[in-house]
Design a protein around this ligand. Structure first.
Ligand code: GBH
Length: 505
């Protein structure tokens, strides 16, 4: 027994020392992420068309917590050189940002391409590439052209064609310099929040129906844009195309069979309905959830399942349509079988019969949904890796919110990033193919329904100041040090707080 204890102690010491020395590989891409509507502003610059966030914030301003909007946001439309300067200050390998569809195609359809819109993104990309920063481009991060929404948006069966047409314009104009493409950011937030529960634009209220309908059209649209790239652009341009799905970690609250089933159904509703059709060996919607929705739909008097089916041809087309799996990961929730919850009927979470909770001891951010959950990156990626036959992963978002009043001393964000990056090292140690990590976010931005009340930036942005001055927070210096040394030094205290641009970048 004593011997065993001694042995345990020695292994512990060894683990502790090797832990400190764990390094991120040189080729691992460290970056930050943003999205067009959240930072750009220039909402009606030149011939940009109206999008669903312009329409919603202008006609229903009260739905945003501080009655703000993204009309100017961080004004990256005019400050893009400063943005790239910040990337250089941090020493980023990569920068993930999204394109505004209606800035490029003012009408949504590709009969008219905006020269000014294309010029803006050309300038942004050229400025990054000039300093060796790899652009990672999201085609769609929630700002649908309003004209396409008027036709039903993601609910229109022609949506996949519109998206493919837009994607082709984008590959044509920017594919010479952009080698990392992400079709959609977070299908769940697009479909469940936008088309099912009125928690994001376009505020469509079709609970228990909208999310599933949108999910099918979205994955078909993704596959069309993927094959357009693969067949007609990748051979000459040589890049990769994937999708980003929000995958938080959802373990069962207890080991009971009920809770385990509830957790699996919950995961299928959260990310499975978007990931399974693309990444699973069988394709199509997840089996257990689709059976349950079919069953419940019947009991509820619907003539057919609220979850549409894929034809065999569609299933085959979507299955395998990705070069990588982008994961936006923030937190975890414990899942249990609902006992006496009254769900809205019909609803996605009614279909799962599951409820979530968060232990009191997990540290809280400024966002009500975001806590620091231990090991959640390792757990989520291990699960996905096993389930989907070891795809290539990127973490395309991960981050922590504070309030503006909290200022520049964001020690709890630093704690979060250090814990998250330790978990990333665990993922690498486990032999999972994870090629990069994008921190959300480069700077404070328009946090959707929360307006400017929640701040995710490594750089603070002063939204009262017409110049939208950006100032590095303490976390920016810590992230910079990690990128530079490829090691997480938990003792590092940035003292001199002036940003410089170091060699090579
Ligand atoms: C990401 O979404 C987005 O891609 C990004 O644009 C965003 O700025 C960033 O995270 C930070 O939020 O308030 O309880 O109703 C993350 C997934 C889904 C998290 C919606 C917040 C609202 C929960 N988000 N969720 S609640």
């Amino acid at each position: 027994m004593k011997l065993l204890l001694l042995l345990g102690f020695l292994i512990g010491c060894y683990a502790a020392t090797t832990r400190q020395e764990r390094r991120f590989p040189d080729e691992f891409l460290f970056g930050t992420a943003t999205a067009s509507y959240q930072i750009e502003g220039g909402w009606n610059a030149d011939d940009k068309g109206e999008n669903i966030w312009d329409r919603m914030t202008h006609t229903k301003p009260d739905v945003i917590k501080d009655v703000s909007n993204g009309d100017i946001a961080a004004d990256s439309y005019n400050n893009y050189k400063r943005d790239v300067e910040m990337m250089r200050e941090l020493g980023l390998d990569a920068y993930r940002f999204s394109l505004s569809w209606s800035r490029i195609l003012p009408n949504g359809l590709s009969n008219k391409v905006s020269e000014a819109g294309v010029a803006f993104y050309n300038n942004y990309i050229d400025e990054m590439v000039k300093y060796g920063i790899t652009p990672m481009v999201t085609l769609y991060h929630w700002d649908l052209p309003q004209k396409l929404q008027d036709l039903g948006g993601f609910a229109n069966p022609l949506f996949p064609d519109w998206f493919e047409d837009y994607a082709r314009v984008v590959y044509e104009h920017f594919g010479d310099r952009v080698k990392h493409w992400i079709t959609f950011n977070e299908p769940r937030e697009i479909c469940y929040e936008g088309y099912d529960t009125t928690t994001k634009a376009p505020l469509l209220n079709a609970t228990g129906i909208g999310a599933y309908l949108c999910a099918k059209n979205l994955v078909l649209a993704h596959a069309k844009a993927y094959y357009a790239y693969k067949n007609d652009f990748a051979p000459s341009q040589g890049g990769q195309c994937g999708i980003t799905i929000s995958v938080n970690w959802f373990p069962p609250l207890t080991d009971s069979e009920e809770d385990q089933i509830a957790a699996e159904l919950y995961r299928q509703a959260e990310w499975g309905i978007y990931a399974e059709p693309i990444f699973s060996a069988e394709g199509g919607f997840p089996k257990e959830l689709s059976e349950r929705v079919a069953q419940m739909s019947m009991e509820q008097g619907y003539p057919r399942s609220r979850m549409p089916e894929f034809t065999d041809e569609e299933r085959e087309f979507v299955r395998g349509a990705a070069d990588f799996f982008g994961v936006n990961h923030y937190t975890a929730f414990l899942v249990s079988a609902a006992k006496d919850t009254e769900f809205i009927v019909p609803s996605v979470y009614g279909d799962t019969g599951a409820v979530t909770s968060v232990p009191d001891e997990w540290p809280k951010s400024a966002s009500k949904w975001l806590t620091l959950a231990p090991d959640s990156i390792l757990n989520a990626l291990t699960f996905l890796n096993n389930k989907y036959n070891s795809p290539v992963f990127y973490i395309t978002e991960n981050g922590w919110s504070i309030r503006y009043e909290d200022g520049l001393e964001d020690d709890d964000r630093i704690r979060y990033y250090r814990a998250a990056l330790e978990s990333v090292l665990d993922v690498l140690d486990a032999g999972i193919t994870l090629k990069g990590y994008m921190a959300w976010s480069l700077m404070d931005n328009f946090e959707w329904m929360e307006g400017y009340t929640e701040r995710f930036g490594l750089y603070e942005v002063d939204f009262e100041d017409p110049a939208r001055t950006r100032t590095p927070r303490k976390s920016a210096f810590v992230y910079k040090q990690i990128i530079k040394t490829r090691v997480i030094d938990h003792e590092y205290e940035p003292e001199r707080r002036t940003m410089t641009i170091d060699d090579g970048k």
